[in-house]
Design a protein around this ligand. Structure first.
Ligand code: LRH
Length: 489
């Protein structure tokens, strides 16, 4: 979650400078049978961030929030939060994709939502709650997606921001509005949903209560592209109009910007998503499991008393044998297993491969498999859009993993342009700067990013090494195919 106050430093060449004022961890909490977000803690930390910005001597004109997609809170008719919002990795949605597809038809579901079928999409969470006869659905007055919920706590104003709305599976990108018919067919109420507003809309000012609590003056809260992926995409420092990008973090989102959603059968078959961004643009992208797999291994090793920093893990991977074992990072079994290293070993056993036999070989297996998956998805994106991309822009926290960037350049056989790391925060700030009139449009914002943040270029290995990567990729594709045939994953 990013909270950014806008500030522009005027220099000979206009440059943007960002300063980190406050950072906090965001751990889910298992309560009984369900996995939840610690929503009160998140609000408190956002407020701490605002307070610290003023205490540091800044005079912010505005602030804005962007978060992960799909999750939401429900307000009752008194405007109070009903229950504790679920985490999208909660198991309540197991089997729901199949059920909803059987009910309304999978092609139609795709055509009317533009999204790949991911079990955690809002539509499936709501359907799971309905199946469980959740009383919250009966008394809910308003559904607010996570950034909208936080904005509501800060301003007292209820709003629904467009980019988040498009992650729900209930917004019809073709027709441009909530899919009331589909909601009705699923037995869900449509009156909980607010009309989406565009990124750049001023929601309101901090409430007098929040100002008094924090000891700060009133400040505008802006709805940016409040879906973090879209904020990050808005900050990709591309110089050409057509480019491919990868937002790398817990998830890897690989895609390209489009003037309109692409709702063809081919996009449906390849399971890409159309997600709304700034200026009504759409992004054709795919969710790839991402560094979650590595994060979960690290957490498990820590639990077992073997703590490593990421730098240590990467060092171990660097000296591990290359291309020893591969996995399909997007196999559903990796979504939230109790023991990720064991899940990987068992995947390898199931596929007749050697198991990773050390921490280094486990990390190497994850990173190489991700890199090959990026190539596969990049080539699919080219096929679907009829584009040819010269290389791949990588942004987000994951690019601090230099080995991943280098492996990706080798897997795709093209350059990787890495940077900036804080892309979501920067895209968030760009929309605020446009709202306050400091920049005229997002193109200018993109140029500002290019002038302000260095990019690191990773070139693929020389010609003689290409054969090794090509052979690795062929092995990866064979693995994926046999996985699909056997119904595993
Ligand atoms: C990445 C992200 C992604 C969503 C997922 C739930 O942070 O927003 O775009 O699909 O979280």
């Amino acid at each position: 979650m990013h909270l950014q106050s806008s500030g522009l430093a005027e220099e000979a060449v206009r440059k943007l400078r960002i300063t980190e004022i406050h950072r906090f961890p965001n751990h889910p909490v298992q309560i009984g049978r369900h996995l939840h977000w610690d929503t009160p803690m998140l609000l408190q930390e956002i407020k701490n961030g605002i307070r610290k910005a003023f205490q540091a001597g800044y005079e912010p004109q505005s602030c804005a929030i962007d978060t992960w997609g799909v999750d939401f809170g429900l307000l009752d008719r008194n405007g109070e939060l009903l229950g504790i919002p679920y985490h999208y990795r909660d198991r309540q949605t197991e089997g729901v994709v199949e059920e909803v597809s059987a009910l309304v038809g999978s092609e139609r579901l795709f055509r009317e939502s533009g999204l790949q079928f991911m079990p955690f999409n809002t539509i499936y969470q709501l359907y799971a709650m309905k199946k469980a006869a959740s009383p919250k659905l009966d008394v809910a007055d308003t559904l607010l997606l996570t950034p909208d919920l936080m904005n509501y706590f800060l301003t007292g104003k209820r709003c629904c921001e467009f980019s988040m709305a498009t992650t729900t599976g209930l917004y019809d990108p073709g027709r441009g509005g909530w899919n009331v018919q589909l909601l009705e067919e699923l037995g869900l109420r449509s009156d909980m949903f607010l009309e989406p507003v565009s990124p750049g809309t001023v929601i309101g000012s901090l409430t007098s209560e929040v100002c008094a609590e924090l000891g700060v003056p009133p400040m505008n809260v802006v709805a940016v592209a409040s879906h973090d992926t879209e904020s990050a995409a808005a900050a990709v420092p591309a110089s050409s109009a057509s480019f491919a990008y990868l937002v790398s973090g817990t998830w890897s989102l690989l895609g390209t910007q489009m003037p309109a959603p692409l709702l063809t059968s081919s996009v449906f078959e390849h399971q890409f998503s159309n997600e709304g961004g700034v200026d009504g643009n759409y992004h054709l992208l795919k969710n790839i499991m991402g560094l979650w797999i590595l994060q979960e291994c690290k957490r498990k090793w820590e639990q077992d008393g073997r703590s490593f920093t990421y730098a240590e893990l990467i060092e171990l991977a660097e000296v591990a044998e290359p291309l020893r074992t591969l996995i399909d990072p997007d196999a559903l079994r990796f979504m939230n297993p109790p023991d990720m290293p064991e899940e990987i070993r068992s995947y390898c056993r199931d596929n007749g491969q050697l198991e990773p036999d050390s921490v280094g070989s486990m990390v190497r297996c994850i990173l190489e498999s991700l890199a090959f998956r990026y190539r596969q998805v990049l080539e699919q994106a080219e096929m679907l859009t009829g584009s040819k991309f010269a290389g791949l822009h990588m942004v987000g926290g994951g690019i601090q993993n230099e080995l991943l960037c280098a492996l990706t350049a080798n897997a795709i056989g093209r350059p990787v342009w890495a940077g900036p790391v804080e892309a979501s925060a920067i895209g968030n700030v760009l929309v605020q700067l446009r709202t306050s009139g400091h920049i005229n449009d997002m193109r200018e914002g993109q140029e500002l990013v290019r002038a302000s943040f260095p990019q690191h270029i990773y070139e693929p290995d020389e010609a003689e090494r290409r054969a090794v990567w090509e052979a690795g990729y062929t092995r990866y594709l064979r693995l994926i195919e046999s996985d699909i045939r056997s119904g595993a994953g």
